[in-house]
Ligand binder design. Structure first.
Ligand SMILES: NC(=O)c1ccc[n+]([C@@H]2O[C@H](COP(=O)([O-])OP(=O)(O)OC[C@H]3O[C@@H](n4cnc5c(N)ncnc54)[C@H](O)[C@@H]3O)[C@@H](O)[C@H]2O)c1
Length: 276
């Protein structure tokens, strides 16, 4: 298990106030990393994440930044380094989504999604990677994409496009940074129980019930269920993984049709007894 230990390393997690970001930051701290947490200025929930990290005995810096201000991101990366020293692990987690039909997406909405989900990932990674090379750290860059980077979901043209773009960006940077010993990978979650689509204009309970039927494991993930993939990619245990993705989706992408619901009963029913 020593190969998963992150003692002596510093991790920067974006979107750390809630949801997956909070779970990722907590897991990294549990593995021994010190943390730099960031989210939007004035987000009071960020202090709750910071308190969790402190309770685990790890050092924590909180530096807020609106990531959509892409021209500020090199300066932000410099502030992080000045406050916390070299960053070993960058987790590009912050993201936004909006449910809109493709012909109703305004330029404002399109660019809002692109700026946070794609542009910010690129410009923050650009500067942090330069620091990693200069500081000679064995860097780990992990971006949170989505199963929607691989298979589309209606009503999310901008979101899907942004996540697919980060996937190819991940491969490109993996190749460019490999000579420096820095790995670059992504995590593609399926449906996770977080506040992200709380503002979507539909009956969330009805949608979730219908969606669960399409998930082979039959339920949404808890944010903590994505942290195993993160710890693998962030630690020495994942040293030979680069330019790839870990899909954490409960089997959704493995199942193109809801056929099991329409199949006749098994002739030899697979029960725990027969499995033994
Ligand atoms: N929840 C899911 O089902 C799911 C599925 C696949 C992928 N993802 C991805 O996981 C990541 C985390 O999502 P989540 O579900 O925890 O969502 P969330 O809404 O709970 O958290 C996202 C965080 O990003 C922050 N953020 C948004 N815009 C920002 C900006 N301009 N500057 C700084 N911070 C900003 C928010 O304040 C928030 O704290 C996202 O990239 C999302 O696309 C989520």
């Amino acid at each position: 298990m020593d190969r998963f230990a992150l003692t002596g390393r510093t991790a920067l997690v974006t979107g750390a106030a809630r949801g997956l970001g909070r779970a990722f930051a907590t897991a990294l701290a549990e593995a021994g990393a010190d943390l730099v947490l960031t989210d939007l200025p004035g987000d009071s929930e960020l202090t709750a994440t910071a308190a969790r990290i402190e309770a685990l005995g790890r050092s924590v810096h909180v530096l807020t930044q609106d990531l959509s201000r892409t021209d500020e991101l090199h300066g932000f990366a410099d502030r992080v380094r000045a406050a916390a020293g070299p960053v070993h692990i960058l987790v590009n987690n912050a993201g936004v989504a909006a449910l809109e039909r493709f012909n109703e997406i305004t330029p404002e909405s399109w660019y809002r999604v692109m700026r946070v989900n794609l542009d910010a990932v690129f410009f923050l990674t650009q500067r942090i990677a330069e620091h990693m090379v200069a500081d000679r750290v064995t860097g780990r860059i992990i971006s949170v994409t989505s199963k929607n980077a691989l298979v589309a979901e209606a009503g999310l043209a901008h979101y899907n496009a942004s996540k697919a773009a980060v996937d190819l960006l991940t491969q490109t940077l993996a190749v460019e940074l490999a000579p420096h010993g820095i790995t670059v990978n992504s995590i593609a979650p399926g449906m996770v129980d977080t506040p992200i689509d709380g503002a979507f204009p539909f009956d969330r309970a009805a949608f979730e019930a219908a969606y669960r039927e399409r998930i082979p494991l039959g339920r949404y993930a808890e944010p903590e269920e994505c942290t195993g993939a993160l710890l693998l990619l962030a630690s020495d245990a994942g040293a030979y993984l680069t330019g790839t993705r870990v899909v954490v989706d409960g089997g959704v992408l493995a199942d193109q049709m809801p056929r099991t619901r329409f199949m006749p009963p098994y002739r030899n029913t697979l029960t725990p007894e027969t499995a033994e």
